[in-house]
Design a protein around this ligand. Structure first.
Ligand code: NDP
Length: 256
């Protein structure tokens, strides 16, 4: 019992740390664009090929999450197992499928970015997995509750948007090509970064479905990370393509 109280305290401080990272990231990203993808530039030290970097960065979100989840007292109860499935639906694809679908362009990601992402994913996996399978309470009745239903619905809508947004991006380049063009169709008619919009919906849904501070911290971090990048990407498109559609927003249709 005392161990449980002590762990609850540690967990709480780690969740606060995540909120602190979110604030820091949000402020920093208005000054510096994370140096990968279209914002790749020299001067960030050793680099790793983009494909290997994605697998490395995201693996803890699959593996550490599963390892911590199954140490929990409630790991074999239905509601935690459903939440595990929701999490892994996103991260199995992000870690083991997405990196092999991106066009190989020879782009590399700085090792320091990869290290930061690994640190973030280990922390995030711990606070979320430990909460859903051990520190939190999710009886079977949780599966018929309004927050769970609303959260999973928002998550699935976000997941579909995120997955669909990738397809036109990958088709913009033929094998061997490295240039950028204007993505068209689907939600690209409304925003420059529907993949980020979908991702934000997913983790907002997760926060609702788990009704937890850990889930909220991850959702807030995702906004803090992807909102500045979406704004920078939108500006980049407008500067690079004079014919870029004027009505297109950066992240949220009709709003942002
Ligand atoms: P981008 O949209 O910048 O890039 C995705 C892929 O599409 C890259 O291979 C990129 O190539 C290519 N691409 C993008 N735009 C064009 C274009 N106009 N023409 C041709 N090719 C293009 O997404 P990110 O790489 O930033 O993110 C990938 C995924 O990871 C997203 O789904 C995102 O939501 C998620 N993510 C989540 C985060 C979180 O905090 N939860 C943080 C970061 C990402 P290139 O690499 O050459 O630019």
């Amino acid at each position: 019992m005392q161990d449980q109280v002590a762990e609850l305290q540690v967990h709480f401080w780690l969740v606060l740390l995540m909120f602190a990272f979110a604030i820091q990231t949000f402020i920093l990203l208005f000054w510096v664009n994370a140096p990968y993808g279209r914002f790749t530039r020299a001067g960030w030290g050793p680099t790793i090929s983009a494909r290997s970097a994605w697998v490395l960065m995201e693996s803890p979100a699959v593996l550490v999450f599963v390892a911590i989840f199954f140490t929990g007292d409630h790991a074999f109860e239905l509601a935690p197992l459903v939440l595990l499935g929701v999490w892994q639906l996103h991260y199995l694809i992000r870690t083991f499928i997405f990196p092999f679908r991106i066009r190989e362009t020879g782009k590399r990601i700085p090792a320091v970015i990869v290290a930061l992402a690994i640190f973030f994913n280990v922390l995030n996996a711990y606070i979320n997995a430990r909460w859903i399978s051990h520190l939190g309470e999710y009886p079977v009745a949780w599966l018929t509750s309004i927050p769970f239903f609303a959260g999973v619905t928002i998550f699935i809508v976000g997941w579909i948007i995120n997955q669909h947004a990738d397809i036109p991006l990958f088709r913009l380049r033929k094998p061997g090509e490295t240039h950028y063009s204007i993505p068209e169709g689907g939600l690209y008619r409304r925003v420059s970064c529907p993949n980020y919009f979908g991702e934000i919906l997913e983790w907002t849904g997760w926060a609702l479905a788990t009704w937890s501070l850990a889930g909220l911290a991850f959702a807030v971090f995702t906004v803090a990370n992807l909102l500045p990048r979406a704004l920078a990407t939108h500006r980049w498109y407008r500067e690079k393509f004079p014919d870029y559609p004027k009505s297109r927003r950066a992240l949220i249709p009709y709003l942002v």
